[in-house]
Design a protein around this ligand. Structure first.
Ligand code: ZN
Length: 259
């Protein structure tokens, strides 16, 4: 009798824990939502999910401090070949992202990486000579093997940026993808003439923080007006990952022409 009761009790406990588990798993989507502040802030990203482990264990993480001294000047070659794309804005809950149609690419030392999207952070994620800019732009590319290459630009306060204006006119608080009719945008407008790049091996700056990402930060900042910066901050007041360990990584300087 006692045993039957015990067995029943164990069964009830098991059932209860399974149901609780499924509730927890069901809510897993929410609980695993990483963020920049609060419970799931960048220090915790590695613990949120096994898939995000690299965020805390990785040795080649981004962003990092960049300095213009002690650089190795490299005879590398970076050529952007960007075309205009229909304006498609994705407010994805972490940033404003502009999706890119196929056909635009960058050649990095002869390797072709297709431009997929670009998006924004505030303040900048990388720092230059100890200073952060108001914002940072990331143009994200991927090659046929799935390897990611990012071209990054610092955005500092100054003149209004006409390319940003076209995007900002269509910003919405509502999350999701918005196809803007009869508007195109060209990422080439962000690239300064004859840019110089800080070139190093890093990671995605958002979970899953995957490594083997080829970073190419343009040394010369572009500008946006205070109003444009504030308009982005109204949606995302802070979406920058803190600076990561440098771990004696090689940062090369690549100077060449964009086309
Ligand atoms: Zn980014």
């Amino acid at each position: 009798m006692k045993n039957t009761k015990l067995v029943r009790w164990v069964l009830v406990c098991l059932l209860f824990s399974f149901s609780t588990m499924s509730v927890v798993l069901g809510a897993g989507e929410l609980n695993s939502t990483w963020s920049y502040e609060g419970e799931n802030n960048p220090d915790r990203w590695g613990e949120i999910s096994i898939e995000y482990e690299t965020c805390s264990t990785g040795l080649f993480q981004s962003p990092i401090h960049l300095t213009s001294s002690n650089l190795i000047r490299e005879n590398g070659n970076i050529e952007t070949h960007y075309q205009a794309t229909p304006l498609v804005i994705n407010n994805n809950g972490h940033t404003i992202e502009v999706n890119y149609k196929p056909g635009s690419y960058v050649l990095i030392n002869g390797q072709k990486y297709e431009l997929k999207q670009f998006h924004f952070h505030t303040p900048s994620e990388h720092s230059l000579n100890g200073k952060k800019s108001e914002m940072e732009l990331h143009l994200v590319h991927q090659n046929e093997q799935g390897k990611i290459a990012v071209i990054g630009l610092f955005i500092k306060e100054g003149q209004a940026n006409p390319t940003l204006a076209t995007i900002w006119e269509n910003l919405s608080e509502k999350q999701g993808i918005q196809e803007v009719k009869n508007k195109t945008i060209n990422g080439a407008n962000f690239i300064v003439n004859n840019p110089t790049y800080f070139h190093y091996q890093g990671s995605l700056t958002t979970p899953p923080c995957s490594e083997n990402v080829l970073w190419n930060m343009i040394t010369e900042p572009i500008e946006a007006s205070r109003q444009q910066i504030e308009q982005f901050m109204d949606l995302y007041p802070m979406n920058a990952r803190p600076i990561q360990e440098h771990n004696d990584r090689l940062v090369e300087l690549i100077m060449n022409q964009s086309s």
